[in-house]
Design a protein around this ligand. Structure first.
Ligand SMILES: [Zn+2]
Length: 336
């Protein structure tokens, strides 16, 4: 329980205490320096005053967050619980600012990202370098992607997780919500589900105006295979068909999630077959196919277009439409 003063729904300005059942959700849109545009964070008045995601570590974002919390009658110091949906900088960047006062909760896979664990980050970089090389990406592009990754990391600061949330976790301070692991867009991704009314806070798992990218990531344990992120993503999407209302990490809230999710699943299949048509007869490397499908975009968004291409090839492979072999360290795909 806690007190707050400020504007509440209905336009009344008053000071009152929040009842356990109130749990109003207040979207707070924050600027980011990234192509995706503003990010949505959410203030929830549960038993603990909760913020879902924080926005990136920039002065502009922090100032806006302080201002928006102020409008609602709070300061950053009032936040008692921060829940992070996934490890991307536009969602976790400012979390260190809350560490002295709040519990920080998220999936255990957030930990090495929050800590900026040197070994983990080096291993991840090595994985990307080797993977890109085997799929025909020239050195120049690999270097550019590495630089971009390093730049992204400057929008976060070191922080630590105090509460681990995994599949089925109930959240202390936020009763009625259950954690759902929704890997695909990110391996650390979780969504929050309120069974009572089918409301979901889904981070970047479902976005109305863009299809979320199932970004290729390194395995967390040395020697493991890379996760097939688009296949994971599709499984995670199917699990959200029961939701009635989705608060998203970017853009509008989604009022008809079932329809949107079904469309995303169908579109992915359609896209996979359009990739297959572009493959032609001969063996082809992922990067050559990527350039064929995204002749302009691959130059600006190399890692995202690469993830799209490899992800849809994983989907075609699962459907036994394509196969691959490794010849002299290079992976070649072929239509079956
Ligand atoms: Zn993201």
């Amino acid at each position: 329980m806690y007190s707050y003063g400020g504007k509440i729904e209905g336009g009344l300005s008053m000071k009152t205490s929040v009842k356990k059942s109130a749990q109003e959700i207040y979207p707070i849109s924050l600027p980011t320096p990234f192509l995706v545009g503003p990010v949505n964070t959410y203030l929830i008045k549960g038993e603990a005053l909760t913020l879902v995601d924080t926005g990136p570590f920039t002065k502009e974002t922090e100032t806006k967050l302080e201002y928006e919390l102020g409008v609602l009658g709070f300061s950053m110091k009032d936040i008692e619980l921060v829940i992070l949906t996934h490890h991307h900088p536009d969602h976790i960047g400012l979390v260190h600012k809350f560490m002295p006062y709040a519990k920080i909760a998220g999936h255990p896979k957030l930990k090495p990202w929050l800590k900026k664990d040197k070994d983990f980050l080096e291993r991840t970089m090595e994985f990307y370098t080797e993977m890109y090389f085997s799929h025909g990406v020239p050195e120049k592009w690999i270097k550019k992607m590495r630089q971009k990754n390093e730049q992204f990391m400057t929008f976060t600061e070191k922080a630590e997780l105090s509460t681990e949330l995994t599949e089925g976790s109930q959240i202390e301070g936020l009763s009625g919500w259950t954690v759902m692991e929704t890997p695909g867009h990110a391996q650390s991704h979780i969504s929050l589900f309120r069974e009572k009314d089918g409301t979901m806070i889904a981070g970047d798992h479902v976005i109305e105006h863009i299809s979320s990218n199932a970004i290729i990531e390194a395995p967390y344990q040395h020697g493991e295979e890379r996760p097939k992120t688009l296949l994971q993503y599709r499984d995670s999407l199917k699990r959200c068909l029961t939701s009635n209302y989705i608060y998203s990490g970017h853009g509008k809230t989604i009022e008809n999630p079932k329809e949107l999710i079904q469309k995303r699943l169908d579109d992915q299949l359609g896209k996979a077959f359009s990739f297959k048509r572009k493959m032609g007869k001969g063996p082809i490397q992922v990067f050559d196919l990527c350039k064929e499908v995204y002749p302009q975009l691959y130059q600006k968004q190399t890692s995202l277009t690469f993830s799209e291409t490899l992800g849809h090839l994983d989907l075609l492979e699962e459907k036994s439409e394509v196969g691959w072999e490794k010849v002299d360290g290079k992976i070649l795909y072929q239509v079956k």
